[in-house]
Ligand binder design. Structure first.
Ligand code: PA5
Length: 396
């Protein structure tokens, strides 16, 4: 079943992805029935349910990171871009999470505050000493284009990250630094560029002191990717095992510091790939509210599946909090597990844990017999909003 069937959309004109009656293009009849048995260990089943190869795209993360390094190195960056007091990244969804992950991995090494602005316009306080980074995979996102247009009107220092669209054209016309990468497909599957380009941009502008090397993150990723690859059977594959544990339940992902940004990524990947309800909770804030919220409605007591993302270098006070939560909830909340990040530096630990969650989310989609790639409702929403607006938000 996909979102169109579930929500009962019937007008083919309004349903992106519906089969074209003349060409048969976009036919989704290959998606198997829910009743059919499914296994994560049969290559034919994986490719039948994942025909656009989201699994392959997840596995492409190290390659994307290496390409992002090259793209960033080839762009001329005026040193004045680094002479700022704040960085504001204008981005939404799959294009926004990259900057959040970079900021989380850099932690206190970030020389200035970084705000990821997921809204129209600019945040309060953005001014001449603010570096604006407009990041949009498609280059067509309304909120990002709106903030970019305001930044242009005010003449703020700006750099652009995109594959094309109106954002690329406007950046070229204004001769702004343009970190342009080539990759088709879904924005969330471009996470290697999302992280790599922001990381390299900020590092080159000296806005991250002592930055982690992307190359060592790539080396740390490779064995992790092999461990979770589709060819590794469930018995030996932790990502497949976790997907099975979550099957039929609602994932809630907890994390602290850098792992809180990763928890956010896991949540969005469960939404978009597995088309599943999901939530995330940052620590220690969750100890001040979420811990109390596990009682009602009682019928749903068994519904959530909790994952705690742990960083081996998390502060002792956070480790102590997890220990006490375990003491209090251990016997009651049995549907849960822990994932411990691995890697030689914070950026590598962020990326290996992102990859882990990405794999789990696609395996979960396959267990639900749902094609992970299309985001039907999201596409319909954008299309309807664009039709209603009918104007150019870049102000061009
Ligand atoms: O994952 C997605 O498809 C979305 O979250 C998009 O990233 C979001 O809508 C913004 O689009 P873009 O990344 O093209 O700016």
């Amino acid at each position: 079943m996909d979102a169109r069937d579930f929500f009962g959309y019937k007008n083919p004109d309004e349903e992106p992805g519906r089969p074209d009656p003349d060409t048969g293009e976009g036919d989704d009849s290959r998606v198997p029935l829910f009743e059919e048995a499914v296994t994560l260990d049969d290559a034919a089943t994986l490719s039948r349910i994942d025909p656009d190869d989201m699994l392959g795209k997840v596995a492409g993360l190290p390659r994307q990171l290496a390409q992002a390094r090259r793209v960033a190195a080839s762009v001329e960056l005026p040193a004045s871009l680094g002479d700022v007091e704040t960085v504001v990244v204008l981005a939404m969804g799959g294009s926004a999470i990259g900057a959040e992950l970079v900021a989380a991995a850099a932690g206190e090494r970030l020389r200035v505050p970084l705000i990821v602005h997921r809204d129209y316009g600019l945040p309060a306080g953005a001014g001449e000493r603010t570096l604006i980074v407009a990041a949009s995979h498609s280059g067509e996102t309304a909120e990002t284009l709106s903030g970019f247009a305001v930044a242009r009107q005010r003449g703020l220092p700006t750099a652009v990250i995109t594959t094309g669209g109106r954002l690329a054209s406007a950046a070229e016309e204004a001769r702004l630094p343009l970190l342009r990468y080539r990759l088709g497909g879904q924005p969330r599957a471009a996470i290697g560029f999302g992280v790599g380009l922001v990381h390299e941009l900020l590092s080159r502008l000296d806005l991250i002191s002592d930055p982690d090397s992307l190359a060592s993150a790539v080396s740390a990723l490779e064995p992790e990717m092999e461990r979770m690859a589709p060819s590794v059977p469930t018995d030996a594959n932790p990502a497949k095992q976790l997907a099975w544990a979550m099957f039929g339940r609602m994932p809630i992902v907890y994390g602290h510091g850098l792992m809180s940004a990763v928890a956010h990524r896991w949540k969005t990947q469960f939404n978009e790939n597995a088309k599943a309800w999901a939530a995330w909770e940052p620590m220690p804030e969750a100890n001040h509210n979420a811990i109390e919220g596990s009682l009602n409605p009682r019928e749903l007591g068994d519904a959530p599946y909790i994952v705690q993302l742990r960083d081996p270098e998390e502060p002792a006070e956070i480790a102590e909090r997890y220990r006490v939560v375990e003491e209090l909830l251990g016997e009651r909340a049995t549907n849960r597990s822990e994932v411990v990040a691995e890697g030689p530096n914070p950026l590598a630990r962020v990326l290996t844990t992102v990859a882990y969650g990405d794999f789990v989310s696609v395996y979960l989609a396959i267990l639900y017999q749902t094609d992970p790639t299309p985001v039907t409702l999201l596409a319909m929403l954008k299309e309807r909003l664009a039709r209603a607006a009918g104007s150019d938000p870049t102000g061009a």
